[in-house]
Design a protein around this ligand. Structure first.
Ligand code: FCB
Length: 439
């Protein structure tokens, strides 16, 4: 690792991130069925039809996991609460689920880990999916009730909270590309889901402020859109990709509008009265989180809006096939501050790589991960030097886990997990980070 804690500003927060469905073991503790369970049970959606029933058994092993975080010297832990664990039918509280998150938060605090919570990392309770899920105009009300329920219980101990992980994935990836639950491919569903996600976000922020919570933010994902050449057509295609991927949600929150290039396709499909929702959507935020992994090289084609091709890139790739492009992180941090958030603190809330890690003689030598993290720390440092108020960095992920439609074979963890025995083995990158974080 080329960096030490002391290379970053005083008080910079170093953390690791996970999400509920990806690690807890959803079959335990009275959690209800989610749209991910039924999506995964439908052949063709998920590698080997794997699901989150067992995952990393974090539900039973969180103390061991937090001991490892503490030993590594982390300051904070970004986790999510599962709606279907807190309210198995989406509406009725589950005491066992609330007790679990209560214990979990206390276990973080006992180890000096500041809790950074996300309220929705994709496990929508099936009964709400039956009623239309993110397409439903009532979604923000259901989400507000869930927010009040879980934060009524653990909100007193939160360092920071964001309502929804990666609105683009909830909207576009899941309703237009169909790669994630509920697996739809429908433009009207997409336009509605993307707007309703923002209404739910605003409602949750309002609800939490009403409960007296502080330090409320949002977590968005970004992918740098590089035009394949400097033709007008390529630039337009990249601009549209940038619009619906990177700008849609921040434009909604900070500018009270959606990008023109996106409205070309969305206008006929948004719900009636959508223009009146921006007061709710634009609740002030105390911080903004950026999840960043890669870039795409965008080439135009002649198919219908918003079609494009992705050209192969020349850079080294991760196990996901994603190009390693740290400069994109620098560009998004500086652009977000410049064009949207000003002095509001920014966090890198996810960044990391999947690697085909194997244990040899008890050791996982993931030099690729250490190099990846170093290169992205460098991008963060450059962004800070350029004036972006970056306050922290969370690595995705603490543990190897359930990588959604790709099942258990993509290993993102600092800690290796054997999915048969649940044995944890810290990788070489864990030890490198531990040395870098030492005070
Ligand atoms: C992000 C998700 C996270 C994980 C990483 C690799 O989009 O938030 O759950 O899947 O990608």
């Amino acid at each position: 690792m080329d960096f030490k804690r002391s290379d970053f500003p005083e008080g910079f927060t170093f953390g690791a991130a996970t999400s509920a469905y990806q690690i807890e073991g959803h079959a335990t503790g009275g959690a209800g069925s989610t749209h991910w369970d039924t999506f995964a049970a439908t052949p063709g959606n998920v590698v080997r039809q794997e699901n989150g029933d067992l995952a990393c058994d974090h539900y039973n092993r969180y103390a061991e996991d937090f001991d490892l975080m503490q030993a590594a010297g982390f300051d904070a832990y970004r986790f999510s609460t599962s709606w279907a664990r807190v309210m198995p039918d989406g509406r009725t509280p589950n005491p066992e689920g609330l007790d679990f998150y209560d214990r979990l938060v206390d276990a973080m605090l006992e180890r000096g880990l500041a809790p950074y919570a996300t309220l929705y990392h994709w496990e929508l309770p099936s009964p709400l999916a039956d009623e239309g899920g993110w397409r439903s105009p009532d979604m923000h009300k259901w989400f507000g009730d869930y927010t009040a329920c879980i934060m009524g219980r653990i909100g007193d101990r939160m360092a920071a909270v964001a309502p929804i992980n990666e609105p683009w994935c909830v909207g576009w990836l899941s309703h237009f590309l169909g790669h994630h639950a509920p697996g739809l491919r429908d433009i009207r569903a997409t336009a509605r889901a993307m707007h309703h996600v923002l209404k739910a976000h605003g409602t949750a922020i309002q609800t939490m402020r009403g409960l007296g919570l502080k330090n409320l933010g949002g977590v968005f994902n970004f992918e740098w859109a590089e035009p394949v050449d400097d033709s007008d057509a390529a630039r337009r295609a990249a601009d549209l990709y940038d619009g619906y991927y990177n700008r849609f949600f921040l434009d909604g929150i900070y500018k009270g509008r959606y990008p023109d290039a996106v409205m070309e396709g969305f206008a006929p499909h948004l719900p009636d009265g959508w223009q009146d929702d921006f007061d709710l959507i634009g609740q002030p935020l105390d911080w903004v989180g950026l999840n960043y992994y890669t870039r795409k090289i965008i080439a135009p084609n002649t198919d219908a809006w918003p079609s494009h091709e992705e050209a192969p890139g020349p850079l080294p790739k991760t196990q996901m096939g994603w190009e390693i492009y740290p400069d994109g992180l620098y560009k998004f941090l500086t652009r977000t501050a410049r064009e949207y958030t000003g002095d509001t603190p920014l966090f890198v809330t996810e960044n990391g790589l999947a690697n085909a890690d194997v244990i040899v003689d008890g050791v996982v030598d993931d030099a690729e991960r250490t190099a990846f993290v170093s290169a992205h720390f460098d991008a963060v440092k450059r962004a800070i030097d350029a004036g972006a108020p970056v306050s922290g960095y969370f690595l995705w992920s603490l543990l190897d886990n359930y990588e959604w439609a790709l099942g258990y074979e993509k290993r993102f963890g600092l800690i290796h997990v054997d999915f048969d025995t649940f044995k944890r083995t810290p990788k070489a990158s864990y030890h490198a980070l531990k040395s870098a974080l030492a005070r």
